[in-house]
Ligand binder design. Structure first.
Ligand SMILES: *Cc1c(COP(=O)(O)O)cnc(C)c1O
Length: 350
């Protein structure tokens, strides 16, 4: 705290990202990165862009990438918004679409950046408890609100909501913006992008950090009605005209165009997930049904923080959250078959 700070800064509670260890020997299953690396075509596109043009600013509208996203989903590019990671897209959504008198609704167990943005932008919120199976209960969202946001699949539970359930939430709040944060949708859910034409209050966000293995590039997107996109463009152009650099634009576009590599690597992750769930259940873990590239698991006889510490000693890092309701769970990202085996070996005899 210093006298030089703007007064609101002293009350900010920033997001705490998962550890990015400097030690490279660790088996890193704590931040839901993709174990398979980006499409070789994305890497080649970025290498080709490493040239004298870097002295020039990038296209402020990233039209090449907007068109690649639009083509991939068969939609109009006017429905696409881009940002420096979906975290930045979410920040602009909170800033430009969620500052209302009524509170914002989101699940009590969900992405921990949502309350952080509420704090940053002075947005009131009303966390909605998941049911005792850790599922979103659609009916609970049918109440007056200043907006709704939830991850689908949810994080950190991994549980997915079917498209007709998403639609019920949209129908019950036609006068609020409903944001479906689809960071993990490609690992087992059905995207709500198909509903955008019928629901002008729907925004779907996605990221290239997980299923396209480009967490280091920082590219995220939103798809919605052009009126919602216009609000986000206004906020973005009042904040940073060039959130995506030249490498990010061409690399992300090439990643969207390489559908074959994308589908192949998603399939590998899904197959490994199914195998890992079976192995953990054999060890007595209870694993929530996951449609994501991570699983959320607890053991009836072993303390989660203790297990995380034990795994770390074996060189395997997983994520443990202190929030009371989920303090006995571990969130484990799906790695390669070798990494997953290191986790199983690290747990040893329980
Ligand atoms: C990882 C994640 C994001 C952010 O992704 P970036 O594009 O890397 O900023 C957003 N929402 C959820 C639920 C996530 O897990």
């Amino acid at each position: 705290m210093s006298k030089f700070w703007s007064p609101f800064v002293k009350d900010l509670v920033p997001y705490v990202p998962g550890e990015q260890p400097k030690l490279t020997k660790l088996v890193k299953l704590n931040t839901n990165e993709n174990p398979y690396g980006p499409s070789p075509k994305a890497l080649a596109a970025m290498q080709a862009e490493l040239n004298d043009n870097l002295r020039l600013y990038p296209d402020p509208n990233s039209d090449l990438l907007k068109q690649a996203v639009a083509t991939h989903y068969g939609i109009d590019a006017a429905k696409v918004f881009l940002g420096n990671g979906s975290d930045e897209v979410l920040a602009h959504i909170f800033h430009g679409l969620f500052q209302h008198d009524l509170p914002l609704l989101f699940p009590d167990i969900s992405y921990s950046f949502y309350p952080v943005y509420c704090g940053l932008y002075g947005i009131k919120s009303d966390p909605v408890p998941l049911d005792d199976q850790f599922q979103i209960r659609v009916a609970d969202y049918a109440k007056p609100n200043g907006g709704i946001i939830f991850p689908n699949p949810n994080a950190p539970t991994g549980c997915v909501l079917a498209l007709d359930a998403v639609e019920q939430i949209l129908k019950a709040s036609p006068d609020s913006v409903v944001v479906v944060d689809e960071a993990y949708i490609d690992f087992g859910g059905e995207t709500a992008i198909s509903l955008v034409d019928r629901y002008p209050n729907l925004l779907v966000t996605q990221t290239l950090s997980k299923s396209r293995s480009l967490a280091g590039l920082r590219v995220g997107l939103a798809v919605g009605h052009p009126d919602l996109i216009e609000a986000l463009e206004r906020v973005k152009n009042s904040f940073n005209s060039y959130p995506l650099d030249r490498l990010a634009i061409v690399g992300a576009a090439a990643a969207f165009e390489d559908r074959e590599y994308f589908e192949k690597t998603c399939r590998l992750v899904i197959d490994s997930r199914d195998k890992l769930v079976a192995q953990l259940e054999e060890k007595g873990f209870e694993v929530l049904p996951s449609a994501a590239n991570f699983i959320f698991a607890r053991h009836p006889r072993h303390d989660a923080a203790g297990l995380a510490a034990k795994l770390r000693e074996q060189g395997v890092i997983v994520r443990h959250f202190k929030q009371e309701r989920i303090a006995q769970f571990l969130r484990i990202s799906i790695g390669t078959p070798e990494q997953n085996q290191a986790l199983i070996d690290g747990l040893g005899e329980l």
